[in-house]
Design a protein around this ligand. Sequence first.
Ligand code: SAH
Length: 235
Amino acid sequence: MEIKRFFAEQIDGDNIVLGGEEFYHCVKVTRHKVGFTIIVCMGDGWDYYAKIESIEKDRLTAKVFRKEQNKSEIEGSLILLQAVCKELDFIVQKAVEMGVTDIVPFYSTNTSVTGVKQDRLQKIVLEAAKQCGRARLPKVYEPLAFDKAIELSRTAENRLLCYEHCNRKSLKSAVQKNTKSLALFIGSEGGFTELEIAFAREKNLKVVSLGKRILRAETAAIAALTLSLSALGEL
Ligand code: SAH
């Protein structure tokens, strides 16, 4: 049987305590028993192999017997800045699977959806990270205004904004090969306004194309991440 992965808050020497939702998942959903082996992640890039030693009402303890560097994380950082849209949950799940390190939802002029359920997004991130074998939980920011999202992206070396009316530069050609940090902006189903595009250019973002057809936001996000990972040599 495949060894299941769980995220814990802390490790004390060789001892791991699993509580809350992760305890519930481990004991009630996947029905782990004393003596079973689990992989525990602490968000530090390591996989801790541990044997369950005791199960109580709301927590379990496990003892680490091996520690391995997790190999599923990408090098450097890949930040997805995504306009809030109907398919945000789906996009967050796919982005985690694709290996993003940070997700920044933002509001733009043509965003029709309001109110992002932060708890729900965190849960989606946790489930997706476990399912795809990651050892780190990507950070999900509280939604920001577009200009604040641009400001936040300033830490990235390579910043690209996908725009369907840009036929000059392909995303693939705009990814710097050895960049340590790449930020990708994707719009909502309403897209970016011309003013927003002008503002982004003023702030030195590269405006890029994903091809000749207009993609839905969720398709654009997956396509942009795939092309970026390929250009970075991560695929
Ligand atoms: N409102 C627009 C479409 C928006 S598509 C319209 O109906 O005309 C949603 C987002 O996906 C866009 O804001 C953009 O970031 C991205 N996108 C879709 N197709 C694209 C393409 N061909 N090139 C670059 N980005 C694209």
